[in-house]
Design a protein around this ligand. Structure first.
Ligand SMILES: [Zn+2]
Length: 418
């Protein structure tokens, strides 16, 4: 991608209404554009980042044996009336059509996936079923001021599982928990798991995956000696209390929920009266689980965690490109530097390296500032000076100083850095 061909520009300052680090930096660096509170366009670099996060999540869900589908966002009112959600979920967006019909915008999709799966599953022999999608969700939030961490429209991975027994659900939950922890670790995040009160309807437990960040909206207590973690909303425990493991005092922290799991029991099968027959030829309702990961929210959390006074510092796994290539043409003759930069740009891509070429007619200082703000892991600079030595300047986003690498060795070194 060549920046001279991009319609997106960085800006010197963040929008006045941006309250959180992710809202400021992502808009300033041109990753997202706010259409209205809680609703964003994802610009080329933002979309690439979102797709990278999505792909990591997809790989881990596929490894769990779940199959990907894409379900509609626009739902008929009747399905939501059946489950009680139409009247009881306050964040549900409702649309009144000129045809006289009412619709709901999906904020979760049990109302769609239950009939979708259970109209096809007739026998216990077909269970368990695990299916997921990555799609836009809607919540009518009263307050949406945490950048892309709390959107009225947001990208989510939602998986649903259908089982014959509670034991089978519990077994799959444990596998899904490990897959979730792998997802967050690949994204550069350390997630803690809490047991929390159930969702809108279920009295069963739910599990929340929390990442420590000051921009979060939850208060948690966690143990530094073991995995113990609770949401302060549900617990009578206080900071400093001894952890059940006996080895540590509980520490208070602010956190953001990046994923959750709900044990839905038989509620949705019963609501839709969709059942299967068991070994004894008896009618049974499936035990269901719902598993979410907020893809766009995770992108905001990563920015909250990885930044400095100059801008974003993307982990390699999610960065929109690995290399920010800067060309600084000589005053008298621009051609040699531009030719060398064009060759490096092409060679990097041939080697499978994603690269952003800052070929704009701007001052070196402006380009370096944008390189830091954009936050790609590696900056390479070709100028008259480096070219005279047949070299390129090498600077990692997390390093203080730049070094020089010969043009002949740079591709191999970038591959090793990747
Ligand atoms: Zn402990």
């Amino acid at each position: 991608m060549r920046l001279s061909q991009s319609f997106v520009k960085t800006s010197k300052s963040a929008p006045a209404d941006a309250e959180t680090i992710n809202a400021k930096l992502l808009q300033q660096a041109g990753f997202v554009d706010q259409l209205m509170a809680g609703v964003y366009s994802y610009l080329p670099l933002g979309l690439r980042t979102l797709r990278n996060i999505e792909q990591i999540v997809r790989e881990e869900m596929d490894a769990l044996g779940a199959s990907e589908v894409l379900m509609p966002t626009l739902h008929p009112k009747a399905n939501w009336v059946k489950t009680g959600g139409w009247d009881n979920i306050d964040v549900l967006f409702k649309i009144n059509s000129r045809t006289g019909n009412d619709y709901a915008m999906g904020q979760s999709e049990e109302e769609v996936v239950t009939p979708l799966v259970m109209s096809r599953v007739l026998s216990y022999k077909q269970l368990p079923v695990k299916t997921y999608q990555i799609g836009w969700k809607y919540r009518d939030e009263l307050r949406a001021k945490s950048g892309i961490m709390r959107g009225r429209e947001f990208l989510m991975k939602d998986m649903y599982s259908f089982h014959t027994t509670q034991e089978d659900f519990d077994k799959f939950y444990r596998e899904a928990k490990q897959a979730y922890l792998r997802v967050f670790s690949r994204l550069g995040l350390v997630a803690k798991v809490t047991e929390a009160s159930g969702g809108a309807f279920t009295t069963k437990v739910s599990y929340e995956f929390m990442v420590l960040t000051d921009a979060g909206e939850d208060d948690i207590l966690y143990c530094e000696a073991c995995d113990y973690c609770v949401n302060t909303e549900i617990t009578k425990t206080v900071a400093g209390a001894v952890c059940p493991c006996g080895n540590g005092g509980l520490v208070a922290g602010r956190a953001c929920e990046v994923g959750n799991v709900f044990d839905l029991g038989q509620k949705y099968g019963k609501d839709f009266d969709l059942s299967y027959v068991d070994e004894a030829d008896k009618k049974q309702y499936p035990i269901m689980g719902c598993y979410g990961i907020g893809i766009s929210r995770v992108m905001g959390v990563i920015v909250e965690k990885y930044n400095d006074e100059k801008g974003i510092i993307w982990p390699k796994a999610v960065a929109p490109a690995l290399v920010y290539l800067v060309s600084i043409p000589g005053r008298d003759n621009a051609t040699p530097v531009l030719d060398a930069a064009a060759k490096l740009y092409s060679d990097l891509q041939t080697a499978g390296i994603s690269v952003l070429w800052d070929d704009r007619e701007l001052s070196p200082g402006a380009k370096f500032g944008d390189a830091d703000l954009t936050g790609l892991p590696l900056r390479l600079v070709i100028s008259d000076k480096t070219l005279a030595d047949n070299q390129v300047e090498w600077k990692e986003r997390t390093a203080g100083d730049a070094t020089r690498v010969s043009l002949g060795e740079v591709i191999a070194k970038v591959i090793a850095f990747k």
